[in-house]
Design a protein around this ligand. Structure first.
Ligand code: GLA
Length: 729
């Protein structure tokens, strides 16, 4: 609900969970008032009182003593006497960088507008959401700003983005346009973000915010595993189930900046948006520019509360509709079984074994088009190497389809190697700077997706494979950062637009492919999780979480990503033991338990498994198929455990009638402490039967006293409990 008060000087955006309040001061300056737990009706409580600040900027407002350096601007700019981090910076044709927008009007509409050329959260029905549009303007600079705020009728989420219009007669250059800026009351907060690297993605890092600016970013061209486009400020005692969380997440797959500033008076400003160091945008008279969307998330119920808000939003309003609620096929991926050394014989043999154990989708990974068995060659022409696969992809697809499975194929559409026909014919299709040797990454260069012709080529190429009916699934990989970020097709004055234009180009290709072939399931991948972000999830229904398939390491990576993403969107595969990345030996059961709450797949040479192991895998797959409907739709919890020797997760079905709990014991520890492994999210009035052991407990009992886990002398042992509502409750 969006309501205006006090002669339309205050706006209150609210649902049952949250409120967001803004105010127009002196009819001109848009100020932030509040974001947090829902308020029934806002009547003006907590209006800021300003103090005389010596040695600071002064402004003649009706409220005494206002300094803009102490004013809670809703969308701050540089140059008006506010010296904190700005959300907007513009250069006029004259070279002047000043801008001072004034409030003009606000209005609301049902539903949620789309953002041109960019992925965004959607409302399927108009009644589900309401959007506020605020218009501010600087007539001298010739800039009009439209600020958008969408609220759904449930959950603690506000969606933000901006549109900038050139209403003048001269060209302006946008230097910095953040997607959201948020003022928080002066108090102590912790800064939470996710950092990582290839095979070590999504580690939570938390520290106490201090005076000055604290920031995380990517300038690698994609959202990156080094930092994730997410930041949360937490009240210091926040844990998994209690405490205030103010989070921001950017729906974007390129360079970003997420930052928080504590100013001289202790006030806190948080922002997220395009990285201004790698961004510029020329706006001619009449033109508009739209920012990516920022998801603002408030939870009064700690980190699980924040995650549930994100999971709900992405599952219901971001993932491709046709796959969001469809049971995901259990797949077998060829990578760790064959690497580049693929052959028709191997495919046929693995497929036969796969069919016997109940695999539904066979994915042929890298190698099928390479002239040799390395990553050095053949990327870009996308022609099958018939020495490896006589009869080509059609033949491989026919074999898989004949066995009743779907067929998936690996591509890295954005990359190109120098030995290809494509590179010889179109050297200017590659990101490069004339006169300099382009930097290679994994032996490859990148195509310039800002060029229409390049995008058309990729759409045509993928279309060809899909049209022939060969493929039901694409693994869309991208294995290197962007360097030599220059397009031969763009005029000099627009060179700073290329990083963003690349991402827009990628979205264009993805939207054309998914628009034309909505039945093709796409899995996003970028050396694992290097481009796992909400921007990609708008097009791809699932993402390969990490190239690290070690079940123990996966507990950290999957816990980290579960902060933001519903388990259905995270690929989790059972691989061979000893693990190829770490050499660690972990039982087949634990490998399965760690993967099964997520998007289950297998990535191992089935020939290296004993017949007994294959039988076990077949039983795992059958069990997963019998439970996946409610698991993939349920609510995921991370649990606080007695000590860090354990990781505990659970999924509770929507109707709270079933619950699956997995507890990993990292090492067998002789000093066993008596901790409690408490359940979360059950119905306290309901009784639950332990499906394996037969005992019945009350939901309240399980949530207050928890589970006892038996003594098992084994490292990396997983305990599993499946509770079902007891018949007579
Ligand atoms: C990346 C992916 C892997 C695999 C290889 C193939 O590293 O993350 O899963 O597809 O590429 O080259």
């Amino acid at each position: 609900m969006i309501t205006f008060h006090q002669n339309k000087q205050i706006v209150h955006i609210t649902n049952q969970t949250i409120s967001y309040v803004m105010e127009v001061v002196d009819g001109t300056y848009l100020a932030h008032r509040y974001f947090g737990k829902a308020i029934r009706a806002y009547r003006g409580a907590g209006a800021p009182i300003y103090f005389k600040r010596s040695y600071n900027t002064e402004h003649d407002l009706s409220i005494p003593h206002v300094s803009f350096d102490d004013f809670p601007f809703e969308y701050p700019v540089r140059g008006n006497g506010d010296f904190r981090i700005p959300a907007l910076a513009v250069t006029q044709e004259s070279g002047i960088t000043h801008i001072c927008p004034a409030f003009k009007r606000w209005s609301c509409q049902q539903g949620k507008p789309e953002i041109t050329g960019l992925p965004a959260v959607f409302a399927e029905k108009k009644e589900e959401a309401e959007t506020l549009e605020i218009v501010c303007e600087d007539a001298i600079a010739g800039v009009r700003i439209y600020l958008y705020y969408t609220i759904f009728d449930e959950m603690g989420i506000i969606l933000r983005h901006q549109k900038i219009e050139n209403i003048g007669t001269q060209t302006v250059k946008l230097q910095n346009v953040q997607s959201a800026s948020l003022e928080l009351p002066a108090q102590q907060y912790d800064f939470l973000s996710l950092y990582g690297s290839h095979t070590k993605e999504a580690n939570c890092e938390r520290f106490s915010v201090h005076h000055g600016v604290q920031r995380i970013e990517s300038v690698r061209g994609s959202s990156s595993p080094q930092h994730h486009p997410f930041v949360a400020l937490l009240s210091p005692k926040t844990d998994e189930t209690s405490g205030d969380v103010y989070a921001m997440h950017l729906v974007y797959s390129g360079n970003f900046l997420a930052q928080a500033e504590v100013d001289q008076f202790g006030s806190v400003r948080v922002q997220v948006g395009l990285h201004p160091d790698t961004f510029g945008w020329q706006l001619k008279p009449g033109e508009t520019f739209e920012t990516p969307e920022a998801v603002l998330n408030y939870s009064a119920e700690g980190l699980n509360g924040m995650s549930h808000n994100f999971h709900w939003l992405y599952h219901n309003h971001l993932l491709p509709r046709q796959f969001a609620r469809k049971p995901r096929p259990v797949l077998l991926n060829s990578w760790e079984a064959m690497y580049y050394d693929v052959s028709l014989d191997k495919i046929e043999h693995q497929a036969e074994l796969a069919k016997q154990i109940g695999i539904e989708l066979f994915v042929l990974d890298d190698g099928w088009f390479r002239s040799g068995n390395t990553s050095h060659t053949s990327m870009g022409d996308w022609e099958c190497n018939e020495n490896k696969i006589p009869g080509g992809i059609e033949k491989a697809a026919e074999i898989i389809h004949d066995k009743g499975m779907q067929f998936g194929l690996w591509f890295e559409p954005e990359a190109i190697t120098a030995d290809t026909k494509l590179y010889q014919q179109h050297p200017d299709w590659v990101l490069h700077i004339p006169g300099y040797e382009p930097v290679k990454g994994r032996h490859e260069y990148l195509l310039d997706l800002s060029q229409q012709e390049v995008r058309d080529y990729l759409v045509l190429m993928l279309d060809r494979y899909i049209q022939k009916g060969s493929i039901d699934y694409i693994k869309w990989d991208m294995n290197r950062p962007l360097t030599d970020v220059n397009s031969m097709a763009l005029e000099c004055s627009r060179k700073d637009e290329i990083s963003h234009r690349y991402v827009l180009g990628l979205y264009d290709v993805l939207s054309r492919i998914t628009g034309k072939h909505p039945h093709v399931l796409i899995e996003g991948c970028s050396s694992g999780g290097a481009r796992f972000d909400p921007g990609m999830l708008y097009y791809v229904a699932q993402n390969w979480t990490s190239d690290n398939t070690d079940a123990y390491e996966r507990t950290q990576i999957q816990s980290g990503y579960s902060m933001l993403y519903p388990p259905i969107s995270m690929g989790a595969h059972v691989s061979i033991t000893p693990n190829h990345q770490t050499g660690r030996v972990i039982s087949l059961d634990t490998r399965y338990q760690i993967a099964r709450l997520f998007n289950l797949g297998y990535e191992l040479d089935l020939d290296l498994c004993t017949p007994k192991e294959r039988e076990t895998i077949a039983a795992q797959i059958a069990e997963h198929k019998s439970m996946r409907k409610w698991l993939q739709d349920g609510r995921f919890y991370r649990h606080t455990v007695p000590n860090d020797n354990y990781v505990m997760w659970s999924i509770v079905s929507r109707n709270k009638e079933e619950c699956l709990v997995v507890i990993l014991q990292k090492l067998h520890n002789l000093l066993r402490s008596h901790g409690q492994f408490r359940l979360l999210g059950l119905n306290p009035q309901c009784d639950y039967r332990d499906a394996e052991r037969g005992e019945v407990y009350g939901g309240d009992e399980l949530m207050r006293l928890g589970l006892a886990i038996p003594l098992i002398k084994e490292d990396f042992h997983a305990f599993t409990f499946h509770f079902m509502k007891a018949e007579d409750t």
